[in-house]
Design a protein around this ligand. Sequence first.
Ligand code: 5AD
Ligand code: SF4
Length: 458
Amino acid sequence: MTETAQPKPTKKVFIKTYGCQMNVYDSERMKDVLAPIGYGPVEGPEGADLVVLNTCHIREKATEKVYSELGQIKKQKAKTGGKMIVAVAGCVAQAEGEEIMRRAPVVDLVLGPQAYHKLPEMIARVHRKTGDRLETEFETLEKFDALPKQRSVDGPVAYLSVQEGCDKFCTFCVVPYTRGAELSRPVDDIVIEARSLAAQGVREVQLLGQNVNAYHGLAPQLEGDAEWGLGKLVRHVAKIGGFDRIRYTTSHPRDMDDDLIAAHGDTPELMPFLHLPVQSGSNRILKAMNRGHTREHYLDIMRRVKEARPDIGFASDFIVGFPGESDRDFEDTMDLVREVGYCIAYSFKYSERPGTPAAEMFGQVPEEVKTERLHRLQALLWEQQTAFNQSKIGQTVPVLVTGKGRMAGQVSGRSPWLQSVYFEGSEDLQGQIVDVAINHATQNSISGELVRTREVAL
Ligand code: 5AD
Ligand code: SF4
């Protein structure tokens, strides 16, 4: 669906996205900048005029995937007689721009996360064979200003970037180096983009930022010089109308302020789901990670959010095998997981990232110890995830229908707690919120029977 008329595509672009939701959002925005110059999206690299790999640098594995994909792309490019333009975007581009050019000559363009608005200009330079093919400066606001304010959306769920970058400098993390310093978009710009999404039928909006709850945007047209926190922004977005569901991700315990916690209690549109990464349950390791919070502080936040919104579900990220992590430290993490009870969590082996302080630390943990700890942690987290899904059996859950199911006659959607839900129903239900009586649960999804559609058919 598009709001503004675009030229009929004459060229094909294939964008492959790796990593976090910020990248998914950025890929969508790249499609928006490319549409006016005639590029329409396709599902694979075969025969594409332009291939963009939107990359992730967070762990070593993520980076290596990019180089192996470039090997495949090379074959496709050869089939087009070398005409295909290959661009590497995202955090690997930011961190290893020069090296990509050297290691993978198939690449025509390298552009960091702040340069997407320059994509048309860079493509023109490749055609003219002039000028710089590496664009990795940090100019976040310029990027937001230059991207079209109108969005093209696909379905009832959309991301909306409100903040970029991170100044926290956790000692294991590359994000402050690849995404730059924290920066909040002005409220007025966010409102324009949000209205465009609502007008196109988006029902669920996810406010995005590397440190989204550090949001501190200005609202000159609404409130002069005052800075708004995320709680206030969430309430305002809820008032725009059209959005039944609001989420935000990813947040940091240090920025969980009283107003945001209160918003969980007073804004029904804010979904009862909080992804608040803790990384470790050991105060000693949290300190070495430079997280700026303790286990107790984190648990206190969880308690207060739960008080504000009793049906809240918690999610987190964990790293095992951070340098110096002892058996005891790891047991503290296991213990914290048991205490909180997560509905979903993501866990990773510590991956050494060149240039970060942790890469230089003593006490790097052997690979087999990391593997063993990860298995134990994941077994516990999966048990909790399954138990959480099973707890919905016998309940009627509001489901936003997003697409087809896995079997014929089935549709799928998402619950308030971001669970995938499957049930038998018509594809016409897409975009509606319907009630589903849950009668089955697995580790990764829940399913049941349609009880009622609450809305008139569109
Ligand atoms: N090694 C392993 N996991 C990492 N993460 C970030 N950096 C690293 C690293 N060097 C994880 C954190 C973060 C998530 C997005 O990725 O858990 O929250
Ligand atoms: Fe990385 Fe820490 Fe910033 Fe999150 S808060 S992006 S883990 S430095």
